[in-house]
Design a protein around this ligand. Structure first.
Ligand code: PGA
Length: 252
């Protein structure tokens, strides 16, 4: 059985105090999360350590939203994978479409970030997904294939075994426009097929999350699909009750 992972990407939201409150709110409702669903939160760097500390003993796992492409040194403003891992943080989101779009992250950068993440035992949540015009032009399979091949295919089988993938169509992120569950299933199965070309049967165990306006109202339908193994949740992860309700999509 594949793992199920629901991760909350807080993006550039919450102050440290609000972040700790949010974590506590989620922790208070963890007993309502269906068995076997791993819960992860990804706060901003400013309060990663505080949230990681508050998460101890709650069963909630913590992720960074990014890490530096280099190990250490004169890179003003950057945060290394080693710094992140030293806080007891277990995951790092890499290649989110907002990083690709606004901060020019390319496959070359992301390959370096992957190296840093694995060198420090962080589990990457590697994001892929097409833009609206790419889907409209029928290019979404090609785009996603390239994003997978150019980065994931460079991993060793041991590294690949730990990887989490998040499929997030850019047109669905923060827009209230979710992919239909059939659209999600179609491309998740496609991604798994591409992974299998390189890694064989191990691709059956890869967690592939859906992201893009997932919320308590549509999570059950999305998670009912065989290749949708969880969600990367933005807006709906900022309220503890909504985030828990999304995870409950696995029960329905
Ligand atoms: P959203 O964001 O749920 O607010 O659409 C998802 C994401 O970007 O990870």
């Amino acid at each position: 059985m594949r793992k199920k992972i629901v991760a909350g990407n807080w993006k550039m939201n919450t102050t440290p105090a609000e972040g700790v409150e949010l974590l506590k709110g989620i922790a208070a409702q963890m007993s309502e999360v269906p068995q076997g669903v791993t819960m992860v939160v990804a706060p901003p760097f400013t309060h990663l350590s505080m949230v990681a500390e508050a998460a101890k003993g709650t069963g909630i796992h913590v992720s960074a939203q990014n890490c530096a492409a280099e190990a250490k040194g004169a890179y003003t403003g950057e945060v290394s994978a080693q710094m992140i891992a030293s806080l007891g943080v277990e995951y790092v989101i890499l290649g989110h479409s907002e990083r690709r779009q606004y901060y020019g992250e390319t496959s070359e950068t992301l390959n370096k970030k992957m190296v840093q993440a694995y060198a420090n035992n962080l589990i990457p949540i590697y994001c892929v997904g097409e833009k609206l015009e790419e889907r409209e032009a029928g290019k979404h399979f090609d785009v996603v294939r390239s994003q997978v091949e150019e980065v994931v295919f460079n991993l060793t089988p041991e590294q690949f075994a730990k990887l989490v993938i998040a499929y997030e169509p850019v047109w669905a992120i923060g827009t209230g426009k979710t992919a239909t569950s059939d659209q999600a299933q179609e491309i998740h199965a496609f991604i798994r097929g591409v992974l299998a070309e390189k890694f064989g049967a191990a691709a059956q165990d890869t967690v592939i999350q859906y992201g893009g306006s997932a919320n308590p109202g549509n999570a059950a339908e999305l998670f009912s699909k065989p290749d949708v193994d969880g969600g990367l949740i933005g807006g709906a992860s900022l309220k503890a009750g909504d985030f828990i309700a999304v995870a409950q999509g696995f029960k329905a």
